[in-house]
Design a protein around this ligand. Structure first.
Ligand code: WTA
Length: 695
């Protein structure tokens, strides 16, 4: 699959994967089946290919439309698909207002702060309605936000975040939430790309027992945005504790305002949700891609919300009376679709937790689940691995019962899956291993919890109405059950798909469609397979095992980091001439990053330079991207055309096969670098268990 030109990281993924054995099925319990939204196999018929695209009416009909659509799918401007054309609605109305009739006093959100001595807050649909309206009035009247404006949010897991997102949606403004853990620089880049004049942030928040100063990042972000030519006129600052400012940084006169100072004047005011055409953009979510610049996936009010609601209903099996906890961050697409939009559209109770999974210890999640009566639990493999390592026996001590559990973001190892199933789920819950991407808006591969058996390590078949296919380099279909890896693509459009890359239609086309498009003028969707960017194998039963990214993206603990982003950050260090980022297998985080750097002539390796590289990455991207090791090497292994061979250094870092090095321009450095890196790793105790001596 990989070539020298693409760096070859992906080849090692596929090679490792083919050694995995087929796992046995696990079946849903009778209780799960009895309560499930999807337990009748007829649903599979309804979403079969012959019923496409009309099958997706079922999702759209979960929403309240001000005006019903006339065309389910318009392909005239392929591959810029339009769903539910002619329809009008508003996402904020669908997630809030319409529940006031029968659920006004029911909790929409339950927020659990990280500090143990702070009380949990239940925010009813009535209260959420009040907040969303007041914020919308503030955005409109105090900040001058209008239809179509982009509003950048840089917020952690506090309940103000979903409320402000919904307030933007109410006005037809486009929110762009940047993960709170990202640095000021990363936020500034995204502000500039989106062209936002308004930034919404908070002074601080709690994480792993620490109070983090967050406002300081806003000041950096604004500087960076300015360098890119984008001026931020106003910064609205929430205060984590009302009336008490936690940050060290001063408020800038005329630019920065405390939300809690401004809000009293808008008390009790409302603004009608703007009824917008289905294709109106709702939000941007930036993610990493092959080039250094992050790309803004654009999602809309109609198709996206319908898809989020439909998949929440069937794959997370959410009913209005469930207490559902998605332990992800709203700063990622998972939080958008499966903490905010999907669950609230269905009128359920969505739990939000501010802090770290293991604070103060690995029992915290199970305490929360027991106390709140959570019955659907959703998290990522990295969290599961950590909880398994630190508190394998903790779940059994708590009296909670899950019916469905979800895992998302990266492949889950069968061993870890089994602990999740046996210990966390107490053998009662179905696991939905949901495979999808920022760009897809919702699940595209998973099992239905009450209908389809589970297989550890496989996400399952394509989701309802999604028809995946594995294609090889030449566009031939890789036969099912062949054990051969291919590039997984979706053959058809679906309502949750990104509409485009914000401001860059060309990048949208080249990233997702050019590779396998059969005819650029075609208006027939069959000619436009969507390239997901993952390698996969398909078993004889049609279940997919996702192997990982085939592009230059490293998935660290479920966070997508572009190798180019990491490398450009390293190159900001004065002494660094060349940098290459590679993924290294890690017991807890799935993958971690290691950076190889070569210095400019005249400099020699030092701890100071290593630290400088780490700092640069934290500054440019954020702590999530912190490399595990920085290796200053005498030279990089290169092709004759001068490309750094990531495959070779990935092999060295992972103690695995480096592949053929005979075509390199400088094959002799491979051994030198291997000695240096592997000796150091042995000394640090970083040898993977499966790698024997001399491997
Ligand atoms: C990976 C997260 C295996 C995959 C929703 C994909 C997964 C990338 C799974 C997208 C899963 C996500 N099994 N791998 N269940 N879910 N991935 O955009 O490599 O942050 O391409 O979206 O995560 O990451 P993103």
């Amino acid at each position: 699959m990989a070539t020298e030109e693409t760096g070859g990281v992906e080849l090692s993924e596929a090679q490792i994967a083919v050694h995995w054995r087929e796992e046995e099925y696990y079946h849903p319990t009778n209780k799960v089946i009895a309560g499930a939204n999807a337990s009748d196999p007829a649903i599979l018929e309804r979403f079969a290919e012959e019923n496409f695209p009309d099958c997706f009416r079922e999702y759209a009909e979960l929403l309240s439309w001000d005006q019903y659509w006339h065309t389910t799918l318009d392909t005239s401007h392929a591959p810029f698909w339009k769903w539910f054309v002619g329809g009008k609605l508003n996402a904020s109305y669908n997630c809030v207002d319409r529940h006031l009739v029968d659920k006004a006093n029911k909790a929409a959100l339950i927020w659990v702060p990280e500090p143990l001595d702070e009380p949990t807050q239940a925010i009813t649909y009535r209260e959420l309605y009040r907040r969303v309206n007041e914020y919308a009035v503030m955005l409109r009247d105090f900040c001058g936000v209008k239809f179509g404006d982009r509003v950048t949010l840089h917020m952690p897991m506090v309940p103000e975040l979903p409320a402000i997102m919904l307030a933007c949606a109410r006005l037809g403004a486009i929110h762009s939430e940047v993960f709170g853990g990202f640095s000021g620089t990363a936020c500034g880049d995204r502000i500039a790309d989106a062209g936002s004049k308004l930034l919404i942030t908070i002074d601080g928040y709690y994480r792993a027992g620490q109070l983090i100063d967050h406002k300081v990042k806003a000041d950096e972000a604004i500087e960076v945005a300015k360098k890119h030519g984008q001026t931020v006129e106003r910064v609205m600052v929430f205060r984590r504790h009302q009336g008490r400012y936690l940050s060290e940084t001063p408020m800038v006169d005329g630019r920065d305002f405390f939300v809690d100072d401004v809000m009293p004047q808008y008390r009790g005011q409302t603004v009608a949700p703007l009824s917008v055409p289905a294709e109106t953009p709702l939000f941007l979510m930036y993610s990493s891609g092959t080039t250094g610049r992050p790309k803004g996936a654009q999602h809309c009010h109609g198709g996206y919300l319908a898809y989020a609601a439909g998949t929440t209903k069937f794959y997370l099996d959410v009913h209005p009376d469930d207490t559902y906890w998605c332990f992800a961050d709203i700063g990622w697409i998972t939080g958008h679709s499966y903490i905010v939009y999907g669950p609230l559209a269905l009128g359920t109770t969505s739990v939000m937790y501010e802090g770290a999974p293991t604070w103060p210890d690995a029992a915290r999640p199970w305490q929360i689940a027991e106390r709140l009566g959570v019955n659907i639990f959703h998290t990522a493999p990295t969290t599961i691995r950590m909880l398994r390592k630190l508190g394998p026996d903790e779940p059994a001590k708590y009296d909670y019962h899950f019916k469905v559990m979800c895992t998302v973001g990266e492949p889950i190892e069968p061993e870890v899956w089994r602990w999740y199933y046996n210990s966390v789920g107490k053998k009662e819950a179905s696991i939905a291993d949901t495979w999808w991407l920022t760009e897809t808006g919702g699940h595209i591969g998973a099992t239905l919890p009450g209908l389809q058996p589970m297989k550890p390590g496989s996400c399952g078949p394509g989701a309802l109405g999604i028809y995946p296919v594995l294609l090889d380099e030449d566009g031939n279909v890789v036969p099912r059950g062949s054990g051969v890896a291919g590039n997984i693509c979706i053959r058809n459009p679906w309502p949750g798909t990104l509409q485009t890359v914000w401001g860059d239609d060309e990048r949208f086309l080249s990233t997702y469609y050019r590779r396998y498009n059969r005819n650029p003028d075609s208006q027939d969707w069959h000619d436009w397979p969507f390239l997901c960017g993952d390698g996969a194998v398909e078993s004889a039963d049609g279940y997919f095992r996702i192997l990982g990214r085939i592009d230059d993206v490293i998935n660290v603990a479920g966070h997508r980091l572009g190798t180019k982003e990491l490398e450009s950050a390293a190159l900001t260090v004065e002494e660094v001439a060349e940098a290459a980022a590679v993924p290294v297998r890690d017991e807890l985080r799935g993958r971690v990053v290691e950076l190889y750097v070569a210095l400019k002539p005249g400099y020699s390796a030092s701890k100071r330079i290593e630290d400088g590289v780490v700092e640069a990455i934290e500054r440019e991207i954020g702590k999530v991207a912190r490399p595990k090791n920085v290796w200053i090497v005498p030279d990089m292994p290169k092709t004759r055309s001068g490309k750094i061979m990531r495959r070779v250094i990935t092999g060295i870092s992972n103690f695995s096969d480096v592949g053929d090095t005979s075509t390199l321009a400088n094959p002799e450095v491979v051994e030198e670098v291997r000695q240096q890196v592997q000796t150091a790793k042995r000394e640090r105790g970083e040898v993977p268990v499966e790698a024997g001596e001399g491997s």
